[in-house]
Design a protein around this ligand. Sequence first.
Ligand code: ATP
Ligand code: MG
Ligand code: MG
Ligand code: MG
Length: 475
Amino acid sequence: MKAADIRATFLKFFESKGHAVVASSPVVPGDDPTLLFTNAGMNQFKDVFLGFDKRPYQRATTSQKCIRAGGKHNDLDNVGYTARHHTFFEMLGNFSFGDYFKKDAIAFAWELLTVHFKLPADKLWATVYAEDDEAYDIWLKDIGLPAERIVRIGDNKGGRYQSDNFWMMGDTGPCGPCSEIFYDHGPDVAGGPPGSAEQDGDRYIEIWNNVFMQFNRTEDGVMHKLPKPSVDTGMGLERLAAVLQHVHSNYEIDLFVALLAAAKKAVDEAGAGDCDKDSPSLKVIADHIRACSFTICDGVIPGNAGRGYVLRRIARRAIRHGYKLGARAPFFHKLVAALVEQMGEAYPELRAAEKRVTEVLLQEETGFFRTIANGMEILEAALAGGQGVDGDTAFKLHDTYGFPVDLTGDVCRERGVAVDEARFNELLEEQKTRARQAGKFKMAQGLSYEGVATAFHGYEHLVCETSRITALYVD
Ligand code: ATP
Ligand code: MG
Ligand code: MG
Ligand code: MG
């Protein structure tokens, strides 16, 4: 079953159960300052859960574009290291706004997985929040899942509501205990069952989370009861596709096979010749083109703050991986066409934005390729000592060569060393203070205010010089 068919089957199933099929919201949340990027299907329904907004339906289903590269849910550092984490992914979800609750939610999930997708029941596990006897009993008695495969996961991270089975959108907002469904990829893959010390592998993969929304957490940490108990679920489309396509990694599903081939071709043509088709760097590139394209499509452009800086960090990380494989000229933008081929039908806005997305990425690449070689030389020299990268070097790389500190950290991690982020942050703060003071001084002198332009940022200038895009959203 192709990713596109899985998406359609999911939405149809919930439509047949009385759910309204609602379009994905943009990856940039419209009016939620607590959120950098959309990180779950429930985001667009936040106010409905809270009781501030009413919809003509009480049940909804979506396939939501999500980004987890910052904020509470940040998987950037997992990409390239696990078979199941992306910066951009699609979350399939069903929602009940004060309508059905645990019993129906679990029954729907089980029916869809075992009857419609025909997953073998003996490979499925469920976890519940430790104190949630109700959910435990539903799995045991209604569904008939053996007790050995129902795991209570408690308060293992300190604080009553910090456990893995208590889902929160962010530090504030709707939240509640959850029940997760895992699929066992079999003994060929490393990793232990949910709740065990060895869980963090790719054998037992969490495919679906059913959240029983019951609280609104406010800034003071207080949990207020929601007007009505509700349901919010999320299943990673790519993870389910891996299961249904009988592969053990998201990167082996149809959509990623196509993107990986396009990545290899682009990198090879940009100077690599014939790079290793199994390199983790290609996976990073294939992952990152999705996050970059969808964020640009939804109105973000690379910049030095906020969402624009997250986008820049992801793009430059991908470019550095291409450089590592041997690319010496812009290649990343070429992947947009392959992505549109794979996802343009499900997300027409991506197809419509193809030209703009390609141009924005080409511009970002052109800027970064001017400094990357010199920056890498400095970084390699620092790494030659075998002691990791000191904060002063990391700052110089950031300031003059346009290396975001997490990019430097990514290189360090490949070599098994670290970057001194504490010192880096100190230098960054000092620079900001200097820039602020310079601004004030000029104001006092009666001169025009030039703000941070008085501080030199090597790469900002490069990027500004080539900037021809003015009509887009800048944050
Ligand atoms: P994990 O523990 O594997 O990091 P999670 O518990 O953080 O997942 P949820 O917040 O419960 O994930 O999100 C719901 C579903 O979305 C997950 O069950 C999974 O299928 C999918 N998912 C979550 N994060 C990612 C990601 N970074 N890439 C791809 N799919 C993801
Ligand atoms: Mg996670
Ligand atoms: Mg989890
Ligand atoms: Mg989860």
